[in-house]
Design a protein. Structure first.
Length: 625
């Protein structure tokens, strides 16, 4: 979970779909605000879910924004890749590849941070801006005979004649302000927020005429319509093109609140935090091959998805010095509203056409030209969804200094989700000051993470590789008939049990050692399954009957994996100051292991070892570990 100035940061609308760590999950865009705006990071681990709720299952990163005034800082830079070995320019004889110059991936960055005083009571506003422009890289050449000759490169990678990092342009800003209402500073208004826009252009898989003519525009006689501005001809006669996938990302957040002091030493904080994230996709330099003749567009609006999250918090805090050696109470409530939307693209981005240009919903690519925008078929009307939920939560936290050397901290949080019900979590932590420079600490806690609206409702048909062939793949929503036919139940929350023990040691004033060991057991992790083929006759017929005609494979989100994580964090921190100078040396390390305790394969997909491994492969296990 990520906080900014102690307030929940909204996640992205994006769900990781491809073969990387974190596949099937939605995170927070850590590039959604300028790095120049960050003052420091705070890491909260022990029982964070008991105070902050869902998404804090593994702890919390709290990003504190700068408050500096009258201190202007500007940074600018350039970088690029000079790769004499793998740059495709070196292997482009015969016009087999897309390529650029000897230096590619050229990147220019600019950032600014400044602040000004507001009023005469200590008010301030700090603001930051950033800009980045990054060019494409070209790294298509495959390695061959890697075990015996690491310098051997395959001359032609026909499925990736254009491959590398996407181009990216991003610009945005963020502000942080606080204004006390009077000289006593008992009550203050505060606000922070920002806006960020990204535009990227990436290459999709290559389309080769000899292998997949149904993905090219043709005339009524089935002959290729050559489009020189998009297609290329290699010296060996192969005609190919690379569709472009363009993504426009908008991220915005605005938080405002009032905080102050009441009688009897109570403090209070009332705030509202609104976040919005939108992904809008476009297909460029591509075709809808089912449009026979010259009339296929080359640029498509493919639609997209967005997420809105609004969080209202009311928190109270009180320090009571007369109980034990001191008692600190924290109470709070939260109301959160979330809305997830998938909006469809233009008709020609996903629909198929008959020869007389009549729409029809499904196209069998083995008999007719492929439908939709090649590279990234648009979101269809059947993909489109508007889903929302509300969450009501409350928490209580008490930290008691029983003696001058013994601290006990406990918390409990309850939440009610409108879509799947009631959840509660707790934590119990303690710290013993054994000597003046040696502390022992430990904790036990529970946590949870609610499935995101994107994981529940995401639906899309996209192009992927299966057995060396380009196929149309369906990511089916959890609520769909095909998911139910696979035996996949409604998604529920992930749950965790956490335990930790450690110590801090300060042999001298300037030096601190900390060692913490921990265990985290997570049940019902939400994962994205592998691809099941409708050509697999060994699958349940009731399941196969749910496949759309134009789809070759399908995959699903499911609560499927239980894991246990053991680890040790080790930190040595040396910090010294003299006169107006300072020196700090920080050494940090982590040792951990993750074991998979169970994989729960849905009933209709659990009949053979092959189907079990298709559902969750060894490769996915390695990514998880």
């Amino acid at each position: 979970m990520v906080l900014i100035n102690g307030k929940r940061r909204h996640p992205t609308a994006f769900v990781g779909l491809f073969g990387t760590r974190g596949r099937g999950s939605s995170g927070v865009d850590m590039n959604g605000f300028p790095q120049a705006s960050v003052d420091r990071l705070e890491i909260l681990r022990d029982g964070a879910s008991a105070q902050y709720g869902s998404d804090a299952i593994a702890g919390v990163i709290n990003i504190i924004l700068k408050k500096d005034v009258n201190h202007l800082s500007v940074n600018a830079g350039w970088s690029g890749y000079w790769d004499t070995k793998f740059n495709a320019r070196k292997f482009n004889a015969g016009n087999q590849y897309y390529a650029a110059g000897p230096i590619d991936g050229n990147t220019f960055t600019f950032s600014l941070n400044n602040g000004n005083k507001l009023g005469n009571n200590g008010g301030f506003i700090n603001y930051s801006f950033n800009f980045l422009n990054q060019g494409k890289t070209y790294r298509q050449a495959d390695t061959t005979n890697w075990a015996t000759n690491k310098n051997s490169l395959q001359y032609i990678n026909s499925s990736r004649r254009a491959f590398g990092d996407a181009s990216l342009t991003t610009a945005g800003g963020i502000y942080n302000l606080e204004v006390p209402f009077n000289e006593s500073k008992n009550t203050s208004f505060y606000s922070f927020g920002g806006y960020n826009y990204k535009s990227s252009d990436a290459f999709a898989y290559t389309r080769n005429w000899s292998a997949k003519p149904e993905r090219f525009p043709v005339n009524a006689q089935g002959n290729l319509i050559m489009v020189p501005s998009i297609m290329r001809t290699a010296n060996d006669g192969e005609i190919y093109y690379n569709p472009h996938i363009q993504t426009h990302i908008t991220d915005a957040a605005f938080a405002a609140g009032v905080k102050g002091k009441m009688t009897h030493d109570w403090t209070w904080d009332l705030s509202n935090n609104l976040g919005y994230n939108d992904f809008h996709y476009y297909g460029d330099k591509t075709f809808n091959a089912s449009i026979i003749g010259q009339s296929s567009p080359n640029h498509f609006d493919d639609g997209g998805f967005n997420l809105l999250q609004n969080t209202l918090n009311l928190d109270f805090n009180k320090s009571i010095k007369t109980v034990g050696e001191g008692l600190n109470l924290a109470l709070g409530s939260e109301f959160r509203y979330e809305r997830y939307t998938i909006y469809s693209g233009e008709d020609k981005s996903y629909k198929g056409y008959s020869p007389n240009e009549v729409y029809y919903p499904n196209v069998d690519e083995n008999r007719q030209p492929a439908s939709g925008s090649q590279g990234f078929p648009g979101f269809s009307n059947t993909d489109a969804v508007k889903a929302n939920r509300s969450v009501i939560a409350g928490y209580a936290d008490a930290a008691l200094d029983v003696t001058k050397t013994w601290l006990v901290d406990g918390a409990v949080r309850v939440e009610n989700y409108s879509d799947f019900g009631f959840v509660s979590t707790f934590k119990l932590a303690s710290r013993v000051k054994a000597t003046d420079n040696f502390n022992i600490r430990g904790s036990v806690s529970t946590g949870f993470r609610a499935p995101s609206l994107a994981q529940i409702h995401f639906s899309n048909t996209l192009t992927s590789f299966s057995n060396g062939q380009l196929v149309q793949s369906l990511i089916a929503p959890n609520t769909s008939g095909i998911a139910k036919a696979a035996g996949i139940p409604p998604l529920k929350e992930e749950t965790s049990f956490n335990a930790s023990i450690g110590f801090t040691y300060k042999p001298i004033k300037e030096l601190t050692f900390t060692i913490d060991g921990y265990m985290v057991k997570v049940k019902d992790r939400v994962v994205l399954s592998g691809l099941f083929s409708k050509d697999d006759g060994t699958l349940n017929p009731a399941f196969l009957s749910q496949f759309p005609a134009d789809v070759s494979t399908a995959q699903f989100f499911a609560n499927a994996v239980n894991t246990t994580n053991y680890g040790v964090d080790i930190v040595a921190d040396y910090n010294t100051k003299w006169e107006n100078k300072s020196f700090r040396l920080l050494l940090a390390g982590n040792i951990q292991s993750i074991t998979i305790d169970a994989i729960h394969v849905p009933s209709a997909l659990n009949d053979t070892k092959l189907h079990q491994k298709t559902f969750y492969s060894d490769r996915e296990e390695y990514f998880l570990k």
